[in-house]
Design a protein around this ligand. Structure first.
Ligand SMILES: CC(C)(COP(=O)(O)OP(=O)(O)OC[C@H]1O[C@@H](n2cnc3c(N)ncnc32)[C@H](O)[C@@H]1OP(=O)(O)O)[C@@H](O)C(=O)NCCC(=O)NCCS
Length: 185
């Protein structure tokens, strides 16, 4: 059984799958003086908000309803973003579980004073859980990768998922062991 098959088998069988393109989204925003840090470049938190916004739009669109951010991984800032830059935040569902989705995000900046192609300035991976009206996780449609690139992203997302779960489990077990030994911190 492949990992992809195991994820599909945990999905609610009555929900048809959705192709990646059905929810892929780009959010664009011009950076202003309100967005800067003490150095005069754009504050990382401003970019993170745009990343969460774009990923949330994708997760909501894919799952057909509300979805909440469960985690944000590997937020990387590759280049500074400057006032006046036109920032494009591109997001897509990389992987789906039973009630959760990993959304991959790339952040590009078009420099206001250069007629060069947009530069990649950041990336991140977010996990969203689809929730019902009571905030309880609800099943999501399985994402259907459409290209070799989507397929690679699906497989890489599964590697991240495995590591996230293993890390959480290892930390929980360590804490339980220390508590059982009566160690207080
Ligand atoms: C995310 C949330 C709905 C999970 O609820 P829960 O009762 O722990 O439910 P589960 O354990 O069944 O998790 C639901 C899914 O989310 C995934 N998940 C939960 N926490 C996760 C984490 N920290 N990282 C990655 N995935 C996570 C689970 O693996 C599960 O996925 P699956 O169904 O595809 O296997 C709940 O913790 C929550 O509401 N958090 C607050 C979200 C929020 O307010 N976000 C905005 C921040 S201001």
């Amino acid at each position: 059984m492949t990992d992809q098959a195991s994820a599909a088998e945990t999905a609610a069988p009555e929900i048809p799958g959705k192709p990646t393109a059905a929810s892929r989204t780009t959010l664009s925003h011009i950076m202003t003086h309100n967005d800067t840090n003490l150095l005069g470049t754009v504050h990382g938190g401003v970019i993170m908000k745009l990343v969460d916004d774009a990923a949330g739009a994708v997760a909501g669109r894919h799952s057909g309803g509300p979805a909440v951010t469960a985690s944000m991984d590997e937020m990387v800032f590759l280049e500074p973003v400057r006032v006046g830059d036109l920032v494009h935040v591109k997001a897509q569902v990389n992987w789906t579980g039973r009630t959760s989705m990993e959304v991959g995000v790339r952040v590009l900046a078009e420099r206001w004073n250069e007629s060069t192609p947009a530069t990649q300035v950041g990336s991140a991976y977010l996990v969203f859980a689809a929730v019902d009206a009571d905030g309880k996780p609800r099943p999501v449609p399985q994402v259907v990768p459409e290209s070799e690139r989507d397929e690679r992203r699906y497989q890489e997302a599964q590697i991240r998922r495995t590591h996230r779960l293993a890390r959480r489990r290892a930390i929980r077990e360590l804490r339980e062991k220390r508590a059982a030994e009566g160690i207080e911190d």
